[in-house]
Design a protein around this ligand. Structure first.
Ligand code: NIG
Ligand code: FE
Length: 389
């Protein structure tokens, strides 16, 4: 059984073998077979197929790859957001509020939130999502968070080092010992990545290096929350350890930019966090001009960025961060795939996963041009049309 997506006005492939950054093919069609792309070409040359979806001249893109989200939590921090909008600063202090609520929640409550947000993201075109733990912060609760995250994605990240929980406040070294030992062992069956919030008030360079090194030795890939609230050692550490991604990258020195440019580490920018904490946006133009690979992701979490919308992040990146619409679309698809070291998603070419978004718009430009408008009309995931209602 195969499926032809036909009459595509503008097909964004991200295939480097085609013209331009995002490899646009006009008047295109895509043949899908067994969950993969089987053929891409001009609609006029399309082969016969068992089933046909008529895109009616609209734009089609690879599904968004959201490489940074914290979906396993309970509780609500809307009041904290409201306080920030009238002048309070964001410090990350609210993380402990979410930790208390998360520990108190049942498995089914957490599962309900994760599945609800995963569906919310899918309705907005996200076909691959990374999900972190980090609101459990005990051996049992971190393992539980990752086990539940695994129900909806293979891209799971152990973030036991999000903050030092209240019960370890006066003995952070002991907490790092717990993270590096029993907590990591309990997380391993459910995690692909290890991450640390490397920031003043969270974990310093020595603690970060210790946790990431032991996680890496246990077989996990490395990612880092780096340079979000101020300058710091996170980006340099990420590069030193060969991290797949340094996330946030809001406060960077010239040396940080240079280190990223000469590395395999992607700079993942999370403009939802700056929007929601009323902070200056990261300078995407500076990174791109230096040759750094940039990804965009939502950082969806109840504190600093409660959005699951990749189109919203694209609009912010274009309006506020100096990215062209094509650069932002690439960063939200192929960039996210690089940040997860994936070659099968974020690109449309024969053999790639058939994760496609059909827009209710004639071109990718509309994602930034029409902010806040639900432009996702159909989503195919593994070649299967998804029910979006
Ligand atoms: O990526 N910065 C650390 N962690 C999250 C925020 C978590 C929270 O405030 O609950 C982030 O922005
Ligand atoms: Fe985050």
């Amino acid at each position: 059984m195969n499926l032809l997506v036909d009459d595509i006005g503008e097909l964004v492939t991200n295939d480097p073998a085609r013209d331009g950054l995002i490899g646009v093919v006009r008047d295109a069609a895509v043949l899908v077979e067994d969950g993969r792309i089987a053929w891409i070409g001009r609609a006029a040359d399309a082969p016969a197929a068992d089933r046909r979806i008529d895109a009616d001249g609209a734009a089609v893109l690879p599904g968004f790859v959201d490489s940074h989200a914290h979906l396993v939590f309970a509780g609500d921090r809307a009041a904290e957001f409201a306080a920030r909008m009238t002048g309070e600063r964001y410090t990350g202090g609210g993380i402990r509020t979410t930790v208390s609520a998360t520990r108190a929640a049942s498995d089914d409550e957490l599962r309900g939130t994760v599945h609800r947000l995963r569906r919310e993201a899918l309705r907005q075109g996200t076909t691959t999502i990374e999900i972190k733990s980090g609101y459990g912060l005990s051996v049992r609760h971190e393992a539980r968070s990752l086990r539940i995250a695994r129900e909806v994605t293979d891209e799971t990240t152990f973030l036991g080092a999000h903050v030092v929980p209240a019960e370890y406040a006066d003995r952070p070294d002991d907490y790092v010992g717990l993270v590096c030992g029993p907590m990591l062992r309990a997380a391993l069956p459910y995690a692909r990545w290890v991450d640390v919030f490397c920031e003043r008030g969270a974990f310093d360079a020595d603690h970060t290096r210790a946790i990431l090194t032991v996680g890496q030795a246990a077989g996990l890939g490395v990612r880092v929350h780096a340079n979000q609230l101020g300058p710091g050692p996170g980006v340099q550490l990420a590069v030193e350890l060969g991290a797949a991604s340094a996330d946030h990258c809001t406060h960077l020195s010239d040396a940080d930019v240079e280190a990223l440019a000469g590395s395999e580490t992607v700079a993942t920018l999370l403009p939802g966090a700056e929007f929601s904490t009323r902070s200056p946006y990261p300078d995407a133009r500076r990174l791109l001009d230096a040759g750094v690979t940039v990804a965009l992701a939502t950082d969806c979490n109840p504190g600093s960025s409660y959005t699951s919308s990749m189109p919203f992040c694209i609009a912010l990146a274009v309006r506020e961060m100096g990215m062209s619409p094509a650069e932002a679309v690439w960063a939200a698809t192929a960039g996210g795939a690089r940040a997860l070291r994936r070659t099968d998603v974020g690109v449309l070419r024969p053999g790639a996963r058939a994760d496609l978004v059909i827009l209710d718009a004639p071109s990718h430009l509309h994602l930034a041009y029409r902010p806040g408008v639900p432009l996702i009309s159909e989503v195919l995931h593994n070649g299967v049309p998804q029910c979006l209602t």
